[in-house]
Design a protein around this ligand. Structure first.
Ligand SMILES: Cc1cc2nc3c(=O)[nH]c(=O)nc-3n(C[C@H](O)[C@H](O)[C@H](O)COP(=O)(O)OP(=O)(O)OC[C@H]3O[C@@H](n4cnc5c(N)ncnc54)[C@H](O)[C@@H]3O)c2cc1C
Length: 316
């Protein structure tokens, strides 16, 4: 759909957007409430979309009135500007988890990944235990190909329902995702995940539960869940000489003495050198500045420019 008129005033755009999306559209909503960092300013417009049709309508309206668009899942992997987002934030809240064939589970993008793990566990299905304890939505997990303990979400996706960037809704195979380490085609093609089917296998319910519990226990020991964060800030570095083909960014950060480094209310966790936590009152600017310092130090010592896993929303 073509933009109607790039000379529309901000007021006019707001009116037209409200007309297109109806009463669920909210103005000036604080994003800090929707991000695990608990930082960030207001979204000019906020719209919860619980079905594909609503996502399509929001995409089309944003394009038509030339309003910047950001898709929000659980907000656990983003850093939103303290100035907020001068555009439309669409929160994908599509619900539902069901067994569609003997070993396949269909899950709405707005479900928590942890609830999908619980569903599989309760149904004696194995293959997704690795995701136990990964916070956030299924949509965000597919977008970033979330993973841990040798597993990745993209490897167990069999089919997806998506809204493509032109607003068209349809089913696509897993190959559409082009999944790679913390990467997928969703990062480039502006498609929105509505539902995903996961191919799991029948397993011993007791063993599945034991593995899930073990993973959660290990994560709780290693990760600073007591403070707001977005998990690992930087991606690991591809390196064939390392186990799993990756050099842990946390290892390099340990070696530059990152743990405890602080800017304002942002500190590198003393439990995990690749996690920047909000110890209270941090702004996104504090977090941004600390991340930049870490990058410079790692580059100066190792000649490696760390790539960020956390996604920045708006200018900081
Ligand atoms: C304590 C902690 C531990 C963590 N541990 C891990 C870990 O072990 N492994 C790991 O991989 N991650 C980890 N993370 C990061 C985070 O949990 C994952 O990246 C998660 O998958 C993000 O999901 P989300 O719904 O919160 O996404 P959001 O933060 O809301 O969004 C992330 C990106 O996904 C996009 N997106 C969201 N929904 C959709 C959709 N429906 N369609 C298309 N795009 C969409 C957004 O536009 C955004 O660009 C951790 C985070 C925390 C706070």
């Amino acid at each position: 759909m073509c933009p109607v008129n790039s000379k529309l005033s901000a007021k006019e755009k707001a009116r037209l957007l409200a007309e297109s999306l109806g009463p669920k559209l909210v103005r000036d909503l604080a994003m800090a409430e929707f991000t695990s960092y608990q930082t960030g300013g207001k979204a000019a417009f906020f719209y919860p979309a619980s079905e594909a049709k609503e996502v399509g309508q929001a995409i089309n309206a944003a394009r038509r009135y030339e309003i910047p668009l950001f898709l929000l899942g659980g907000g656990t992997n983003i850093l939103v500007s303290d100035k907020g987002f001068d555009g439309l934030v669409v929160r994908v809240t599509v619900k539902g988890i069901e067994r569609i064939e003997s070993n396949q589970v269909r899950c709405g993008a707005g479900e928590q990944l942890e609830d999908l793990v619980d569903f599989a566990t309760a149904n004696g299905l194995t293959g997704i235990e690795f995701a136990a304890g990964i916070v956030g939505s299924v949509g965000g997990a597919v977008y970033g190909n979330a993973g841990a303990y040798g597993g990745e979400v993209g490897r167990i996706v069999s089919q997806m329902e998506v809204v493509k960037s032109d607003g068209v809704i349809g089913f696509v195979g897993a190959e559409f995702g082009q999944f790679a380490y913390r990467d997928s085609a969703f990062k480039r093609n502006d498609a929105v995940l509505i539902r995903a089917d996961f191919q799991l296998e029948p397993g011993d319910p007791e063993l599945i539960r034991k593995r899930v519990d073990e993973i959660i226990e290990t994560r709780e020991e290693k990760l600073p869940y007591e403070h707001p964060s977005a998990g690992c800030f930087f991606k690991n570095i591809p390196d064939d000489s390392q186990p799993h083909g990756k050099l842990a960014a946390g290892k390099l950060l340990e070696e530059i003495g990152a743990k405890g480094m602080t800017v304002g209310g942002a500190t590198v966790s003393d439990r995990h050198a690749n996690i920047i936590v909000n110890t209270g009152g941090a702004t996104s600017k504090d977090i941004r500045e600390l991340a930049d310092k870490l990058k410079v130090k790692v580059y100066d010592k190792f000649g490696i420019m760390l790539e960020e896993e956390v996604i920045q929303v708006g200018e900081i």
